[in-house]
Design a binder for this molecule. Structure first.
Ligand SMILES: C[S@@+](CC[C@H](N)C(=O)[O-])C[C@H]1O[C@@H](n2cnc3c(N)ncnc32)[C@H](O)[C@@H]1O
Length: 225
């Protein structure tokens, strides 16, 4: 596996406009029109949800090749695990776990922001929502591409009562924690994590390169061995 370089950024602390941007997004609901392929992915999800009728659901946003979704589904056979990623090529990679997906694991090619919005509009909630190693966008000018700087961020409050975010960039996690507190009033926990077994492919790559891994959440972090 290739060595992965640590994130370098000229931004050395929380983004200077974090608070004003998050508050602006909280005051103005995300209203961009939903793209057709995301609507179709949502409808496919509704059908599977109805057909399986399981007792709970986990959402795994930005799942990449879906390794974490696969592992969560194996560990939680009574829950429907929905993995979302915008990249068709990642979701169709020739890997062992994709050839062996359990029935309670649904991987969808969709943009998270549209899927989240459709869920919230339909009153659909998940037991827990994970966003594991989202693209960090380390340039300060790209702050609004980070999930906590995105116009869709306020949707997260209605999507799942429990959240977990992981990153190899501590600033991303600290910013997410600050934004989450603005959104929900909850402080949550920020911690260095030491997974015994990598939950995702990026986690595996970062850990193999000796990088520190950081988590934010308002519940117990996933431990799946
Ligand atoms: C750094 S990768 C991490 C993948 C996986 N979670 C892991 O840890 O191996 C980030 C993933 O986010 C996906 N992504 C980025 N923006 C997205 C969006 N708006 N909606 C859905 N997926 C997105 C990318 O396609 C990519 O697979």
């Amino acid at each position: 596996m290739n060595q992965s370089r640590e994130i370098s950024s000229s931004q050395q602390g929380l983004h200077e406009h974090l608070e004003s941007i998050v508050l602006k997004h909280m005051a103005h609901p995300f209203q961009k029109p939903v793209q057709l392929h995301n609507q179709q992915a949502f409808e496919a999800f509704l059908q599977v949800k109805q057909r399986l009728n399981l007792e709970g659901m986990l959402l795994d946003s930005c799942c990449g090749t879906g390794l974490s979704s696969y592992r969560l589904a194996c560990a939680n056979p009574n829950k429907l695990v929905v993995g979302l990623d915008q990249s068709q090529s990642r979701l169709t990679r020739d890997t062992e776990h994709l050839h062996n997906l359990p029935a309670n694991c649904l991987l969808l090619r969709a943009n998270c922001e549209d899927f989240w919005r459709l869920c919230v509009e339909h009153g659909i909630t998940f037991d827990k929502h994970s966003i594991l190693y989202p693209n960090p966008y380390p340039k300060a000018k790209h702050f609004q591409r980070r999930w906590h700087g995105h116009a869709a961020f306020p949707l997260l409050n209605a999507l799942a009562p429990v959240i977990e975010v992981r990153s190899n960039w501590l600033i991303y996690i600290e910013e997410f924690a600050a934004a989450w507190q603005l959104l929900t009033g909850q402080k949550g926990t920020t911690a260095e994590i030491h997974p015994r077994k990598a939950l995702t492919l990026f986690e595996k790559k970062y850990a193999a390169s000796g990088q520190a891994l950081w988590g934010f959440g308002n519940g117990a972090f996933y431990t799946i061995d």
